[in-house]
Design a binder for this molecule. Structure first.
Ligand SMILES: NC(=O)c1ccc[n+]([C@@H]2O[C@H](COP(=O)([O-])OP(=O)(O)OC[C@H]3O[C@@H](n4cnc5c(N)ncnc54)[C@H](OP(=O)(O)O)[C@@H]3O)[C@@H](O)[C@H]2O)c1
Length: 302
């Protein structure tokens, strides 16, 4: 019998972490080691050493981060301490453990932070395009990507394989996201204010987990990957997402008045108008509208 591979999921209590634990547990080829916050503190090298040396995983997936851009802007030390230095700590722990692992750093479409008119692309960025981070969060995630690639170059004997996997606009059952906020507003509120001229790659965490599983099991070449649902040219604006949810609710929507406002009126921290990302390296994930309808049907039956 072949030995099962041990997959440690750091940040297993979060939105993506919870989905990865359930999805990857379905395979009988792997044993999943969920590492929740509290059990592991990635900004503390002793804590990462202890956990990695104890479990000696074959694959480590780092989902731990502060993804809230406003919190990052308010407390850059905390943001860099977790989102960037935490990654250095994990990599150093792998080296100290003396075993060789595959490492997967979850990153974000936010690394393409271009905010000025004429600088950004509505129809998406490919894996090899240069990041251009602006906010503290974007910089912390971009630094973590660079640290991962540099560490792998310097320590080929430590990392068997490494992947930076950029996610888009995630939703899923792990916690409340934009889907739940819009769903609730459309059913209960008279008015909803949303941002105009903003394009994203909405992706169900279950689809992300499927893409990541293909990446791991396909023994793909190390590097940067985009794991996102497909969007068509000019999609998916916040309004497109609202329209899709309204289509699902049918006549169950309130007569919610939707007000579209410029980004700087709604957000405290500057947001990129578009961070649609394109997956040109992995098998395609489902089209975002189909996945959103399936998610709504599964978790919010009418
Ligand atoms: N959500 C999105 O739309 C989105 C989009 C693109 C990329 N991403 C990336 O995807 C990854 C997962 O995001 P998510 O939305 O699942 O975030 P999340 O729901 O906030 O989950 C992050 C997890 O990390 C834990 N954590 C925070 N600080 C930690 C620390 N110092 N040590 C150990 N664990 C710690 C959190 O625990 P506590 O809750 O106890 O703090 C939480 O369980 C992140 O790398 C994020 O940057 C997310």
């Amino acid at each position: 019998m072949t030995k099962k591979q041990k997959i440690a999921i750091i940040g297993s209590g979060g939105l993506l972490g919870q989905e990865l634990v359930s999805y990857l547990s379905l395979s009988d080829k792997s044993t999943i080691i969920p590492l929740e916050h509290g059990e592991i503190e990635i900004e503390d090298p002793e804590s990462t050493d202890k956990n990695i040396i104890k479990h000696l995983p074959d694959i480590i997936i780092n989902c731990a981060a502060i993804p809230n851009v406003d919190i990052c802007e308010k407390d850059p030390d905390k943001c860099f301490g977790i989102n960037t230095d935490g990654v250095t700590n994990i990599l150093n722990s792998i080296k100290k453990s003396g075993s060789s692992s595959a490492f997967i750093q979850i990153s974000s479409s936010e690394v393409f932070g271009r905010i000025k008119e004429g600088q950004y692309k509505i129809n998406g960025y490919k894996e090899d395009e240069a990041p251009d981070p602006i906010s503290v969060y974007q910089k912390s995630k971009t630094n973590a990507e660079k640290i991962t690639a540099q560490f792998a170059r310097k320590n080929p004997e430590v990392l068997k394989r490494w992947y930076v996997t950029r996610a888009g606009w995630l939703y899923g059952k792990g916690r409340k996201t934009f889907v739940e906020s819009f769903l609730e507003a459309l059913q209960k509120k008279d008015a909803l204010t949303i941002v105009k001229n903003q394009w994203r790659s909405p992706t169900w965490t279950k689809d992300f987990a499927k893409g990541l599983s293909e990446l791991i099991n396909g023994e793909c070449e190390s590097g940067i990957y985009h794991i996102v649902s497909e969007v068509k040219e000019g999609e998916a604006t916040t309004m497109d997402v609202i329209e899709e949810i309204k289509k699902y609710l049918g006549d169950r929507t309130e007569k919610t008045k939707i007000e579209l406002v410029p980004r700087n009126e709604l957000f405290k921290t500057p947001r990129a108008p578009s961070n649609v990302i394109l997956n040109t390296k992995l098998p395609k994930l489902p089209y975002w509208r189909d996945s959103l309808q399936e998610y709504l049907k599964k978790y919010y039956p009418l």
